[in-house]
Design a protein around this ligand. Structure first.
Ligand code: MF3
Ligand code: CO
Ligand code: CO
Length: 267
């Protein structure tokens, strides 16, 4: 499967959608509180996305029933928001937002702390945050796709943590998911050569215990086999001659995630 090279106009259109997703993610971060349900997050994402003139890509995507994925604690990815799922002090939650604007998708996610995290929650979350940064740092024209996974896997395994193998990053543009498949493990120096104008996500899922995952009977929710914690961060990026441009780069700090502002926990 060949990887599309996007034109400058296409890249700017993906950037607009990506910035909408990034803004909505920051909004969610600022509103997270113990006692909130994941269905409330879904409503916030849905309404904010529509308000921007975009549509939430997850809604009805291959039958996905909601506008955002909310993955709590041992849920690895694709968690379905629910009105009976209440966030508690000490939980971690990945909120994965994809906005579609004028036919282009932008995809980004972050893991947030609800209240005060345990040592383990902090370890896996900060490892996932750094894993994404290390993956992004590999990207430039003529680097290999495998450099990304190689760098991430080396770092994560050195901490005694595990990289999920069954789900990957992906090309993105007019389609939500397209080639290439971006593995978060593997060997440096392997895989296709990156070219300026390739647009894809990097979205490492990092587990505290085993890398093995299980699909729940709802056919969406992916959980760790050992039910230990999992964390994830995601950006949409475009390859450039000298590096890459993070299309979902945030204009501000993520409350309840970056800089550990365990603030706004409410009463
Ligand atoms: N946003 C997810 C990703 O990073 C995909 C979610 S698909 C859905 O690729 F249907 F669950 F929304
Ligand atoms: Co995503
Ligand atoms: Co993605």
């Amino acid at each position: 499967m060949s990887v599309e090279i996007k034109s400058p106009r296409e890249i700017e259109a993906i950037r607009v959608a990506s910035q909408m997703a990034a803004e909505t993610l920051m909004l969610v971060g600022s509103l997270l509180r113990p006692g909130m349900t994941t269905e409330e997050i879904n409503q916030i994402v849905h309404e904010d996305t529509i308000r921007r003139g975009a549509t939430p890509s997850p809604l009805n995507y291959q039958g996905f029933p909601k506008s955002v994925c909310t993955s709590v604690n041992h849920v690895v990815c694709h968690g379905i928001p629910r009105s009976n799922e209440v966030l508690r002090n000490g939980d971690i939650i990945n909120v994965d937002i994809t906005s579609c604007y004028k036919g282009m998708h932008g995809d980004t996610s972050a893991t947030f702390y609800i209240g005060t995290p345990s040592e383990e929650a902090r370890k896996v979350t900060e490892a996932a945050r750094k894993a994404l940064a290390l993956g992004i740092a590999q990207v430039r024209e003529n680097a290999r796709l495998g450099d990304i996974g190689g760098a991430i896997e080396e770092f994560v395994t050195s901490l005694g943590l595990a990289v999920v193998r069954d789900y990957t990053g992906h090309g993105i543009g007019r389609k939500f998911h397209e080639p290439p498949s971006v593995k978060h493990y593997g060997r440096r120096g392997s895989g296709i050569r990156l070219k300026a104008g390739m647009v894809f996500t990097i979205e490492p899922m990092i587990n505290l215990g085993t890398h093995e995952v299980e699909l729940l009977p709802d056919q969406w929710t992916v959980v760790t086999r050992d039910r230990k914690l999992s964390a994830q961060f995601e950006h949409t990026i475009v390859v450039t001659k000298t590096g890459c441009d993070i299309l979902t780069r945030r204009s501000g700090v993520l409350l309840n995630s970056e800089n550990f502002p365990w603030v706004s926990q409410g009463p």
